[in-house]
Design a protein around this ligand. Structure first.
Ligand code: ATP
Length: 301
C-alpha cells in the first residue's frame, strides 16, 4: 500500500527551478532513500512532502491526506528531521524529548530513545551547549519520539561519528520493524546501500531512476571491476567487444575493466587466448557510488 504519492511536482525559487518534475511512490513499511548530488532538489522535495513548502505544480498525498490542507493531522502522524532543525537554546535535552512526546497520541518511550542515541549523560544539557553531533542525535530522537507512521529524515547521519552512525542505523531499523515507513535523504552511499529497500536517484530536479540498491548497480552495468597489469600490450577494443564489458579505462599501468557480474568468466579466457597474463589481478565488486556516477554523470559529493 502506498503511503506517499508525489505526482509531477515542480518548485521554483525566484525563477530558478529546484524541483522540475518529481514523481515518487513510497510503500508502507519500507525505507525509501533519496539520493542525488548537491542542489538536486532532495530537500525541497521532502519539505513539500512534509507540508513545509507548497509545490508550484503537481499533487502530493501522504497517508491519504494533503500535506498543506491537512497539516494539523499530519503533524501527529509524521516525524520530521530536517537539515536545519532549531530548538530554543535554553531547552534541555530531556525537556525537549518530553515536550515533543506530549504532542503525539502514542509516543515512544523518550528515555529509551535518549539512551539508544547515547544522550543520557546530556539529559540536563541545554540545546545551545550541545555539539553538532549531539544536536543531530537529538533531532533524530525528536523525529522518532512520536512513534510516527512515517519518519522523514534529511541528512540523517551527516556529522555523526562512525559509532553514532551505526547506533542510528540500528534505531532506524528498529523503527521500521515496528512498522514505521522511513524516507531518508542521504549523502552516504554506505548508508543507502545498507538501509534502503529502494532508492530514488534525483538529479537536476528530476528523478533519474527508482530501484533497489542492487538494481541500481545492475542498471549501471558495472557490477564488477577487474583490475590487472597486462603482461603484454592489450587493446581496449578486444575487451569492449565482450557483451559483459561496459567500459575499459587505464589507471597508470593498470587496465580497469568494468562490467556485469559475469565479466570475469569471459575476460580471463579472452586474455589467455591472446597470450596476455593478467598480473596483480584484482576483482572488485562495484558499489552504489559507481552506479551513482554512471547514472547521473556526476561525481558524488
Ligand atoms: N529557500 C530557497 N531559496 C532559493 N533557492 C533555494 C532555496 N532552497 C533551495 N534553493 C535552491 O534550489 C535547488 C535545490 O535545493 P535543495 O536544497 O532542494 O537540494 P538538495 O538536493 O537537498 O541539495 P543538498 O544535497 O546540497 O542539500 C538548489 O539550487 C538551491 O540552491
Amino acid at each position: 500500500m502506498a503511503v506517499i504519492e508525489v505526482r509531477e511536482i515542480q518548485k521554483r525559487y525566484s525563477g530558478a527551478v529546484a524541483v522540475d518534475d518529481v514523481s515518487l511512490t513510497v510503500e508502507q513499511g519500507e525505507i525509501f532513500g533519496i539520493l542525488g548530488p548537491n542542489g538536486a532538489g532532495k530537500t525541497t522535495t521532502v519539505e513539500c512532502v512534509a507540508g513545509l513548502r507548497a509545490p508550484d505544480r503537481g499533487t502530493i498525498s501522504v497517508l491519504g491526506l494533503d500535506p498543506l490542507r491537512d497539516r494539523a493531522e499530519l503533524t501527529r502522524r509524521l516525524g520530521v528531521q530536517l537539515q536545519e532543525s532549531r530548538l530554543p537554546d535554553r531547552l534541555q535535552v530531556a525537556e525537549a524529548l518530553e515536550l515533543y512526546s506530549s504532542f503525539y497520541p502514542r509516543p515512544a518511550d523518550w528515555r529509551a530513545l535518549m539512551e539508544a542515541l547515547n544522550l543520557q549523560s546530556k539529559a540536563t544539557t541545554r540545546y545551545g551547549r550541545l555539539s553538532g553531533g549531539q544536536k543531530q542525535r537529538l533531532s533524530i530522537a525528536l523525529a522518532l519520539v512520536g512513534n510516527p507512521e512515517i519518519a522523514i529524515l534529511d541528512e540523517l547521519t551527516t556529522g555523526l561519528d562512525p559509532q553514532a552512525r551505526r547506533d542510528t542505523w540500528a534505531l532506524i531499523e528498529q523503527a521500521r520493524s515496528r512498522g514505521t515507513t522511513i524516507v531518508l535523504v542521504t549523502h552516504f552511499m554506505q548508508e543507502a546501500e545498507r538501509l534502503c529497500d529502494r532508492l530514488a536517484l534525483i538529479n537536476g530536479g528530476r528523478v533519474v531512476t527508482v530501484d533497489t540498491p542492487e538494481g541500481l548497480t545492475a542498471q549501471a552495468r558495472i557490477e564488477q571491476r577487474i583490475v590487472f597489469h597486462p603482461s603484454r600490450p592489450c587493446d581496449d577494443a578486444l575487451l569492449t567487444a565482450l557483451p559483459e564489458v561496459s567500459r575499459v579505462t587505464r589507471r597508470d599501468d593498470l587496465v580497469v575493466v568494468e562490467g556485469t557480474a559475469e565479466a570475469i568468466t569471459t575476460v580471463i579466457p579472452l586474455l589467455s587466448a591472446h597470450g596476455i597474463v593478467p598480473q596483480r589481478l584484482r576483482v572488485e565488486q562495484a558499489s552504489l557510488e559507481d552506479a551513482f556516477v554512471t547514472l547521473t554523470g556526476k561525481d558524488f559529493s
